[in-house]
Design a protein around this ligand. Structure first.
Ligand SMILES: Cc1cc2nc3c(=O)[nH]c(=O)nc-3n(C[C@H](O)[C@H](O)[C@H](O)COP(=O)(O)O)c2cc1C
Ligand code: SF4
Ligand code: SF4
Length: 595
């Protein structure tokens, strides 16, 4: 089987030309609806017989709205940053005359990508079950429930080697098998669509761009576990994802993929959506269960694990969105096919949301084992501007930073863990020289302190104390002994916190200390922040030799800290300066020194 087959878009065999507009949240925010309307009007005006459709995220969010034009017999063309005006020109030139608008073409680097999870995102209309079915949709469900026993299906999944994409990387087949083996007539399966990590939006994009694939994975999971009821737990801040999943559920009921005796089998299965209020801790499986039960979203003692005693005390299987989106493909192509992709212990692909100081930010899906450097430079175009890359953060608040000299590490669960980070759910934030590592660890720890549910002291009090120490260091008031104290607190939190939030909250602090301890020491001993991020350590002064006496800094200073005149020259009064940096930003002669 050619692995690339699934990555390719289908040739446009339709007789009609087709215009597809990326209309996920990112596309809509950039103006996709307006662009859609313009195309609709212009195509009508020109009297063209062109199929116009909205699809999911095409990948490169920084170039939204993205539009793909496919004319039968010709290679399809993707346009980026499409405005109303460009949409009108595409209609007049490309659709009518066949002339490509070269300056607006956006090259999506597909070379190193392999799209399994994102196979339909940006290709099909997510609100059309017929388009999903035309791409082998629900064939895997049919195969599983009409040709396989649940045990045989779990064996097939075992062959694939799929591990959970929600963070912990637990073998998916084992979770399914444990839930199946648990005693009880009533069992549940939950799709975890909480996605609370800052910088992560992979799950949202899959829910918005290809809702049926996640639903199909959930139904197959229900069949294998012996569950009769499934839930989507999605945060309320994801209205488009919720809307599209609800439409997918309704359509699946209407076609007999949900409900009683699915496809004429003995298997009956229902699905409902539950909304989360947007608390990070509710992504942790026992908190998520409490939240669905109507309790406040706080973690519960494990064991017993949810596979034994979960929702309303019944055996419950919880899987991440991306995990479930892999399932239909595994059953269609076979476990062995899937296991050929990736590394020895991490099979398949991983979707990353690459953001930060990178040129082309967006969603990429690569085989496990692709290096971080390949993701950042070959796929995402490298660093924006002329700065140098400093580190890449993976795994969100539970992860850590990976410095430049480790960028050739092949990405998989074990390699990232060895480096002191984790795969997490797939957020990847690229950092350059202007990012300060003390500031980064302050940001992630601050997030966990805000999101701590307050149930246990190590997380509630330990996290807060650590944050105070980091703040002290960033203000130039730290001592060297603080570094040891930080390390001790990190270890205590890891060992004694009740749930994963507190157990992993110190990872960003530990990893920045591991690779960038000298930067911490600079803040403490030299009272210097080399990245100029820690405002407490910043001083602004006017360099007399460079100053052209234009007076712009004085006009723009909100606290009248710039004193002087065109005749006498200007200087910044330290006691009045609030370090907002306005003077530095407005000076056109590089005469304000920051340091
Ligand atoms: C604080 C915290 C937040 C989490 N957030 C999520 C989340 O948003 N989505 C998710 O799938 N898993 C999240 N997890 C992991 C889940 O608890 C669980 O392991 C996962 O949903 C299992 O699915 P998987 O085996 O398919 O990965 C979180 C864990 C912790 C400790
Ligand atoms: S570690 Fe403790 S306080 Fe922190 S979120 Fe978990 S249970 Fe709540
Ligand atoms: S803006 Fe720059 S050049 Fe103008 S007065 Fe201020 S320091 Fe001098």
């Amino acid at each position: 089987m050619n692995k690339q087959v699934i990555a390719e878009k289908p040739a446009n065999n339709k007789v009609k030309s087709m215009v597809s507009i990326g209309a996920s949240s990112c596309g809509i925010a950039a103006g996709a609806e307006e662009v859609y309307k313009t195309f609709a009007d212009e195509i009508k005006k020109a009297g063209l017989d062109v199929e116009l459709k909205k699809c999911g995220c095409l990948g490169m969010c920084s170039a939204e709205p993205l539009v793909e034009v496919a004319i039968p017999g010709k290679p399809s063309v993707i346009y980026g940053k499409v405005t109303k005006e460009i949409a009108a020109r595409i209609t007049a030139d490309h659709l009518v005359k066949g002339l490509v608008l070269k300056e607006n073409v956006f090259e999506i680097n597909k070379g190193k990508q392999l799209k399994i999870v994102l196979r339909n995102c940006g290709v099909i209309d997510p609100e059309s079950i017929d388009e999903y079915i035309s791409r082998e949709g629900y064939d895997a469900l049919n195969k599983a429930i009409t040709q396989m026993t649940p045990e045989a299906a779990i064996e097939e999944l075992k062959k694939s080697g799929l591990r959970g994409r929600g963070g912990a990387g637990f073998p998916t087949w084992m979770k399914w098998s444990l839930t199946r083996a648990s005693k009880g007539e009533i069992k549940y399966i939950i799709c975890n669509g909480d996605e609370g990590d800052p910088g992560a939006y992979m799950d949202r994009s899959v829910l918005e761009g290809d809702p049926h694939s996640v639903l199909e994975g959930l139904i197959i999971g229900g069949f294998c576990a012996g569950a009769s009821q499934g839930f989507f737990y999605i945060r309320a801040e994801y209205p488009l994802a919720i809307d599209r999943i609800q439409k997918a559920i309704d359509q699946a009921y209407a076609r007999g993929f949900l409900g009683k005796n699915i496809l004429g089998s003995k298997f009956s299965f229902d699905v409902e959506i539950r909304l989360g209020a947007g608390a990070f801790v509710c992504g942790e499986e026992t908190s998520l269960i409490a939240s669905i039960e109507g309790e406040s979203g706080r973690p519960r003692q494990r064991p017993p694990y949810p596979s034994e005693r979960g929702l309303w005390g019944k055996p419950t299987m919880i899987n991440n969105v991306e995990t479930l989106a892999n399932i239909p493909v595994i059953f269609l192509r076979g476990g062995d096919w899937f296991a050929e992709i990736g590394t020895e212990k991490s099979k398949g692909t991983k979707v990353f949301a690459v953001t930060g100081k990178v040129k082309d930010s967006g969603l990429v899906e690569v085989p496990m084992g692709t290096t971080i450097r390949e993701i950042v430079f070959d796929i995402c175009g490298g660093i924006a501007g002329k700065k140098k890359i400093k580190a890449v953060q993976t795994g969100g608040p539970s992860g850590g930073v990976i410095p430049e000299n480790h960028l050739d590490t092949p990405v998989d669960y074990d390699n990232l863990q060895k480096l002191g980070s984790i795969m997490g759910s797939g957020g990847m934030i690229v950092m350059d020289e202007t990012d300060c590592m003390v500031d980064i660890s302050k940001f992630y720890l601050g997030f966990c302190v805000d999101e701590s549910c307050g149930k246990c002291a190590p997380c509630k009090i330990g996290g807060y104390q650590m944050l105070k120490i980091l703040e002290k260091i960033s203000e130039g008031k730290g001592q060297l002994s603080d570094l040891e104290l930080l390390k001790n607190l990190c270890q205590t939190m890891q060992k004694t916190s009740f749930c994963g939030l507190g157990q992993t909250a110190s990872n960003p602090v530990l990893s920045t200390l591991r690779y960038f301890e000298s930067e911490y020491k600079e803040h403490i001993e030299e009272k210097k922040c080399r990245s100029h991020k820690c405002s407490g350590l910043l001083n602004y002064r006017i360099v007399e030799e460079k100053c052209k006496l234009c007076g712009l800094c004085q006009k723009n200073c909100p606290t009248e800290a710039v004193e002087g005149s065109r005749d006498k020259g200007y200087k910044i009064i330290k006691s009045k300066c609030i370090k907002c940096g306005r003077c530095y930003d407005v000076c056109r002669f590089d005469a304000v020194h920051k340091g």
